[in-house]
Ligand binder design. Structure first.
Ligand code: NAD
Length: 368
């Protein structure tokens, strides 16, 4: 069941293409601040409800990042592991053609699960506009995901959190969950400023060394052996044990719902930066807040990706992208942490309030 409230969803378009059997939908949660921005996912189980929840999360993320985008998301029902390459292309093409009714004026797409650059090129061609989506190949104006804009933003959010707590980056110890697109870049930037990385995990486990891990060696090990646990010099633990590591700061950069209520008492981190989406429920976040842990929420810390999409959308360069990611993430994180401290509320509560206000204020002005 989709929940409707004072924000949205404003439009849900459900499409079916009889010739290919493609069924898909887009949920435009809000256009208050601009065209609804959010990715397309293709999974066998994707539903309007799931997409509506993700679209709402995009409304808050885009509003908090202060981008002229509303929130949206779309889904195509399909299992690309059981489709031929051409069948998948046909689905994406049919979906793009059907999306012309809202795209690009009211909805701008991006890659999400099982969608990549190639699919974005097909989608934008089917819609007939380069503005139809971001995440396109470089040759047609895209800004590559591999540049690591999200990890770069997460690093800057962490830097602001350290300043807020009067920690010197060169003196802090950090544990990082996940060593993919986000975790890898966070580790890279932290190593460049001399922070001590004491633990890094991936799906195979944690490599932990109190004396510090070398970023270049970690990257080489991951590339050559497929897992950081083959690093050699340190203790290897099961993945979940990263929560018990002694470190000042913890960066989440892998799975949702990593931290559960019963983990809270075992954790000693002073700062947690949510690079991944929903690494814990807001209830668990509240428990950590009550224990004095500073948690930088996901939609504040990991907005680098969507900011990079915005730069692509307006036809900006890679240099402009780095500049805007840093400026916006720093400004928003500072604003959220300072306001939360002044109001004596958790950073999430405060960030949501700021995002909601931006959207609802605009709704009041624009709507009759
Ligand atoms: P990725 O697929 O590149 O990397 C994921 C990493 O997590 C891999 O190293 C994998 O081995 C590891 N992993 C998987 N299961 C694990 C486990 N149980 N314990 C520890 N590590 C585990 O993904 P990514 O792009 O780095 O995204 C990571 C998270 O950040 C996701 O939650 C994603 O939604 C979120 N996120 C990513 C972006 C982005 O631009 N990449 C933007 C916003 C949010």
């Amino acid at each position: 069941m989709v929940d409707y409230d004072e924000v949205g969803p404003e439009k849900i378009v459900d499409v079916y293409h009889p010739k290919t059997g493609m069924r898909g939908f887009v949920v435009i949660d809000s256009n208050a601040l601009g065209p609804a921005k959010g990715g397309i996912r293709m999974t066998p189980t994707v539903s309007v409800d799931e997409v509506a929840r993700l679209a709402r999360a995009m409304t808050w993320k885009n509003a908090l990042a202060d981008l002229p985008f509303g929130g949206g998301k779309s889904g195509i029902i399909g299992n690309d592991k059981q489709m031929s390459v051409d069948e998948k292309k046909d689905f994406v093409r049919a979906f793009g053609d059907a999306m012309k009714v809202v795209c690009p004026d009211l909805y701008v797409a991006a890659p999400d699960m099982n969608m990549a650059e190639e699919e974005m090129e097909i989608f934008s061609n089917a819609v007939g506009s380069k503005k139809a989506c971001t995440g396109k190949p470089k040759e047609i104006g895209g800004i590559p995901h591999e540049l690591g804009s999200t990890g770069f933003g997460v690093f800057h959010a962490l830097k602001v959190a350290c300043e807020h707590k009067n920690f010197e980056l060169k003196d802090v110890s950090v544990a990082i969950e996940g060593f993919g697109n986000v975790g890898w870049f966070v580790a890279k930037y932290l190593s460049e400023v001399g922070a001590k990385i004491v633990a890094v995990s991936d799906s195979r486990g944690v490599i932990c060394n109190k004396e510090g891990l070398n970023f270049e060696k970690l990257a080489e090990t991951k590339k050559e052996k497929g897992t950081v646990t083959e690093y050699g010099d340190g203790e290897v633990l099961p993945s979940h044990e990263i929560l018990k590591v002694e470190a000042d700061i913890f960066v989440t950069a892998a799975i949702p719902d990593l931290i559960k209520e019963n983990d809270v008492d075992n954790m000693k981190f002073k700062i947690i930066v949510e690079g991944s989406n929903i690494p814990m429920t807001s209830h668990v976040e509240e428990l950590l807040y009550n224990r004095g842990v500073l948690v930088v929420p996901d939609f504040v810390a990991n907005a680098g990706g969507v900011i990079s999409s915005y730069v692509e959308y307006i036809g900006g360069s890679v240099d402009e992208m780095w500049k805007m990611v840093e400026e916006k993430v720093v400004k928003n994180t500072e604003h959220v942490l300072k306001t939360a401290e002044d109001k004596k509320c958790s950073p999430r509560e405060c960030a949501l309030e700021i995002a909601k206000k931006r959207v609802l204020d605009k709704c009041k002005i624009c709507r009759v």
